[in-house]
Design a protein around this ligand. Sequence first.
Ligand SMILES: Nc1ncnc2c1ncn2[C@@H]1O[C@H](COP(=O)(O)OP(=O)(O)O)[C@@H](O)[C@H]1O
Ligand SMILES: [Mg+2]
Length: 239
Amino acid sequence: MAIISLANAKGGAGKTTAALILATELARQGNRVVILDADPQRWITNWSELTGALPNITVISEVTTASLPYHILDLKAKTDYFVIDLAGARDALVTTALGLSDHVLIPVQGCAMDARGAAQILDLIRMLEEKAGISIPHSVVLTRVSAMVTTRGLQTIKGLLATRGVNVLNTMIAERTAYRDIFDCGGNLYGMDPQRISNLDRAQENAQALAAEVRSLLPARSVAAPKTRSFFRIGRQAA
Ligand SMILES: Nc1ncnc2c1ncn2[C@@H]1O[C@H](COP(=O)(O)OP(=O)(O)O)[C@@H](O)[C@H]1O
Ligand SMILES: [Mg+2]
């Protein structure tokens, strides 16, 4: 069992999109996935209502700071991956989710240089790591990367983050119509019509690469209890 959070203090960074394409790909590969919808805007919940039942995916709606740990305790025996979709905030719920995560993915748009929302999450992670004495593995994932963005431009962003000691995923999430339409169509990338959606195969390949890289970053073990306990003291203070 592993817990993956998608965090960026700014809205519109690409968190929900990344959460959904990662979760649906992990589920398609046969993993039991629970998506915890911790965003009051309920995008994942709306997608789930539109989709109906999808094998290996459970969506829990209206997750709160108080309920989050209980959902995990309740479902962890029958779950391979929890994917937590957070609001664009820096509040108690985000802090709790970060502290429980085996890996935090921080989406940053490849074209926009406004990385303030990401920096706020990085600061929060550092604070938790220092105060609680825990380690919260995390990576930036560049997203909405279009063919127009030069490799050199992306290398500059990656280099900048590397000098700050931040891991950046090798896999970048491309700007794809399929990643927008999935919220209107429901289901996963494999139920869509390739005649109607351009580059659907590339969108599928990109999702596969993302899932493979994220899996490679996760520990094979479950979250250790002491980490959870020590975190909660700090979580309440930070909130
Ligand atoms: N890789 C992508 N390709 C195309 N559109 C994207 C992509 N990532 C995000 N978007 C679009 O950008 C907007 C914000 O993305 P979203 O995932 O909702 O961000 P957040 O959850 O951080 O607020 C949405 O309209 C979404 O459809
Ligand atoms: Mg969102």
